[in-house]
Design a protein around this ligand. Structure first.
Ligand SMILES: C[S@@+](CC[C@H](N)C(=O)[O-])C[C@H]1O[C@@H](n2cnc3c(N)ncnc32)[C@H](O)[C@@H]1O
Length: 230
């Protein structure tokens, strides 16, 4: 990270530590009161927030927007979620995992870098109860997403600003290699797609929809080296 950018991030960290900013962050706690879980960014310790400056700060996805994105994905692709794994890379306290369980995914998996956040996510997964829940196979692991090996199943990959550009490039390159070795149906749902160009430049994905708040990409199966015309 360049010195100027680092100073700007650190200034943001100090500003966000004031009591007024902390109160503002409690604005994202409605979901927690409703579901008796802990996914707000307000309760994140200063240590985790400082680490967030170097990776990506924790912020949970808004419930209304999450359902808007999933409903749009369903409408666009007509995917049968019962065949799909939902993966959130950079899953934080697990809110997106809980919300995804309102859909009939075969399995839901979160990958979070910071142990303290992952610990809270695991507690949330154990505590969550909802009448609308349709998937009960939920897991959150503590790992660096750049080392993550994607399962061979049809997948909806969810990204909410989890990494800086260099890390996103590594994840997409690893994913591309996995898809070339084992082609399968694969959608990427990218919330707040600041690094959209990294996904579109990769040649592995077609953008098939979205809005200014999110983008939907579909894996584009390419002929293997042997199948390409000479
Ligand atoms: C903006 S939050 C998104 C939280 C969650 N996906 C949600 O939508 O509610 C980004 C998360 O990515 C995590 N993160 C950053 N770098 C990571 C990495 N290399 N591997 C795994 N998680 C990472 C951060 O710790 C943070 O919890």
């Amino acid at each position: 990270m360049a010195t100027r950018q680092l100073l700007a991030e650190l200034w943001g960290f100090v500003r966000d530590s004031t009591p007024e900013r902390r109160r503002q962050r409690y604005g994202d706690a409605d979901y927690d009161w409703e579901h008796r879980v802990n996914t707000t960014s307000a309760g994140v310790s200063w240590r985790e927030r400082l680490l967030g400056v170097f990776h990506s700060p924790y912020q949970p996805t808004e419930a209304i927007l999450f359902h808007e994105m999933l409903d749009a994905l369903l409408e666009q692709t007509h995917a049968d979620f019962r065949d799909f794994v939902f993966i959130d890379l950079g899953s934080g306290k697990g809110r997106a995992l809980l919300m995804a369980s309102d859909y009939p995914f075969r399995r839901i998996l979160g990958v979070e870098l910071l142990p303290e956040l992952n610990q809270v996510a695991q507690e949330n997964l154990g505590r969550y109860r909802s009448e609308s829940q349709k998937c009960f196979s939920l897991e959150s692991i503590c790992a660096n997403a750049t080392d993550f090996s994607f399962p061979m199943d049809p997948t909806v990959l969810y990204l909410f600003n989890p990494f800086p550009e260099s890390e996103l490039r590594k994840v997409i390159a690893r994913l591309d290699a996995s898809l070339q070795a084992h082609p399968r149906t694969f959608y990427v749902l990218y919330h707040n797609p600041l690094l959209d160009h990294v996904v579109t430049e990769s040649d592995a994905f077609n953008k098939i929809g979205g809005s200014h708040q999110y983008a939907v990409y579909e894996y584009r199966q390419r002929p293997t080296v042997n199948q390409r015309p000479l």
